[in-house]
Design a protein around this ligand. Structure first.
Ligand SMILES: [Zn+2]
Length: 606
């Protein structure tokens, strides 16, 4: 997953976590010959519903117990997709069968002697979220986790067949394999079935070969990524794909599908990874400019190796009815983000200066957040901590990747690298059909560094909250690092954008905002003389406007609270602000230059 709002970069939209549900302890009667049938067409689109049917054979007289997943792997939060189910029915021929619910998302059906059963329901597709289902009059996105039921307590390894029915002329784009019949798709097991989201409707689709494999691009609406911007996107894919492949040396798919929605209501961009595809949702502005679209895309593509295949043991296999916390999301997400940056610079999509700039921004992000251990941020993301630390494993995990890469290269005189760690673990764990543990990770890091111990690094910087040792490690890669302190205006809010405005999601104690009585849930309208809009990050404008005002001068705030507009008297407060510089050091040693070049080009000495 990767999210980027235009304001409040660390905090995607907040969802209130729900209490954990009781675990089901029942086992379903065995079912076989499972077929799913999904209909989304111009008629069902009018009610924003997807029609779902599941038919199967049942053995024995015990109840059939079916569950819908509570979350989509990659989006680490419990969403309980069963809440979107309407008109659940179970039938055997003309007979309507009795059913009841066992928990939030589990149905128990009494077969009463029926040899085969059909279950049907409508699914409400109204959530513009890459883990969920969303529709328009001519389009739907759905994830298999939203609509495909599984039998409780039964193996997940049964092959599945899905028929997708739609309006003539509309298209289906998905990573699912095509079946023998028109509209039919297949998956070898339930895990793969729910890991291949579907676009259906009026799409813009094209394909190209890169390094001998097929890549398909499906976008909605038609025209959102067309002409020069589409050509530029393909150019970026051609650039970063080969260096990403080089890390493990294996392309684990025959075809890879990029699915993208562009919607003006969506703030920023966010995408969710799968084994042979990803879904991205973007504000249309992102298609036109900047490195954000290729950066998010490279991140999601690299996930196809790191997390979809090379995966923490805590997430292996996926369990769909409960949270699966792990202390290793900083590896799965942060190091993936490091490789997105490396893919871009190694593939010539960005220049080294942009790589340093991105690294500096990540250091800024970490410096602006409460000191949080990477293992703790990884663990806590499921409950969306109010202090904003729940997503810190992206920038901080990425920086940990850079620091480890430099130290491994330094210990081996650039004969080894972080690439070697991933290659090693990929072979030892993914290819052996299992996940890796914290110990497995550090042993692989140590092996890559010729036996050097990383126990202290782990204890202080990954399990602990010590500030990262940029100033001692970056010079080993021929990079100078400088921190300059100044005092700058700070409002003291964390915000996110929703459909109605810029919403306060956290208020820093003792700040201007706290003194003025700003509350979580307020929408900012004006800060002093700066008007707040959803389209522009107000922070730089605010700091520029008040840079030379004395501390304590009046700073009237206007907010919207419960539909009312309020004026709150505030005073300007300054906060210590540290700005960082990373630059190539012209007097770096030959060894440090080798390491720097190795990182930027993906090379090691032989
Ligand atoms: Zn991610």
């Amino acid at each position: 997953m990767r999210s980027r709002s235009l304001v409040g970069a660390l905090l995607p939209l907040a969802f209130a976590p729900l209490p954990a549900r009781p675990q089901s302890v029942v086992t379903s009667a065995p079912i076989s010959d499972v077929r799913y049938d999904v209909t989304f067409d111009s008629v069902t689109a009018q009610s924003r519903q997807i029609m779902v049917r599941m038919s199967f054979r049942v053995s024995g007289a015990d109840p059939v117990v079916l569950s819908l997943p509570a979350w989509t792997p990659g989006a680490y939060e419990l969403s309980y997709f069963a809440r979107n189910v309407l008109n659940f029915t179970a039938t055997a021929g003309d007979r309507t069968l009795r059913w009841d619910k066992l928990d939030f998302d589990t149905w128990r059906i009494r077969p009463e002697g029926a040899p085969s059963i059909t279950v049907s329901f409508a699914y409400v597709a109204e959530a513009l979220d890459n883990a969920m289902a969303w529709s328009r009059p001519d389009f739907a996105l759905f994830n298999g986790t939203n609509v495909f039921l599984y039998a409780e307590g039964r193996p997940m390894d049964q092959p599945a067949r899905v028929t997708i029915r739609t309006t003539p002329g509309w298209q289906v784009a998905t990573g699912l394999a095509r079946g023998a019949q028109p509209g039919e798709f297949t998956a070898p097991n339930f895990h793969d079935l729910v890991d291949m989201p579907v676009f259906v409707g009026r799409l813009e689709v094209d394909s190209a070969q890169i390094a001998g494999k097929w890549y398909r691009l499906a976008t909605y609406p038609v025209g959102a990524l067309s002409g020069p911007s589409r050509a530029a996107f393909w150019g970026h894919m051609r650039g970063f794909m080969p260096p990403l492949i080089d890390v493990t040396g294996e392309v684990p798919w025959e075809a890879y599908t990029t699915l993208m929605i562009f919607d003006p209501e969506y703030p920023g961009g966010s995408a969710l990874e799968h084994q042979n595809s990803h879904v991205g949702i973007y504000n249309p502005g992102i298609a036109q400019a900047g490195p954000l679209l290729p950066s998010i895309t490279a991140h999601e593509v690299f996930h196809a190796w790191n997390v979809k295949r090379l995966r923490p043991a805590d997430l292996w296999p996926y369990a769909y009815d409960r949270a699966q916390p792990t202390t290793l999301l900083w590896v799965s997400e942060g190091i993936t983000d490091y490789y997105a940056d490396l893919g871009l610079v190694r593939g010539g999509v960005t220049m080294p200066a942009q790589f340093y700039q991105t690294t500096r921004e990540k250091i800024d992000n970490v410096a602006g957040a409460p000191p949080t251990a990477l293992e703790d941020a990884s663990l806590s993301t499921w409950i969306h901590p109010a202090d904003g630390s729940g997503y810190l494993y992206y920038p901080k995990g990425s920086l940990a990747g850079l620091l480890l890469d430099i130290q491994i290269r330094d210990a081996s005189d650039n004969r080894s690298s972080l690439d070697a760690v991933l290659r090693d673990l990929y072979a030892r764990f993914y290819r052996a059909g299992k996940g890796f543990t914290v110990d497995d990770w550090w042993q692989a890091v140590s092996r890559a560094a010729g036996g050097k111990s990383f126990d202290e690094f782990h204890r202080r910087f990954i399990d602990g909250r010590d500030p990262f040792p940029y100033a001692t490690v970056l010079p080993l890669a021929g990079l100078s690092f400088q921190a300059d302190t100044s005092r700058t205006p700070r409002l003291g809010t964390t915000t996110n954008i929703d459909s109605t405005g810029v919403r306060v999601s956290a208020v820093l104690p003792g700040s201007s905002a706290a003194e003025a009585g700003v509350r979580i849930g307020d929408y900012l309208i004006r800060v002093g003389e700066v008007t707040i809009s959803r389209d522009v990050d107000f922070g730089p404008a605010f700091r520029a406007r008040y840079a030379n005002q004395p501390e304590g001068s009046p700073l009237p705030l206007t907010v919207r609270r419960d539909g009312r507009t309020l004026s709150l008297p505030a005073r300007l407060r300054l906060a210590e602000n540290v700005s960082y510089t990373i630059a190539e050091d012209p007097s770096a040693s030959p060894k440090a230059v080798r390491i720097r070049d190795g990182i930027l080009k993906g090379t090691t000495a032989r």
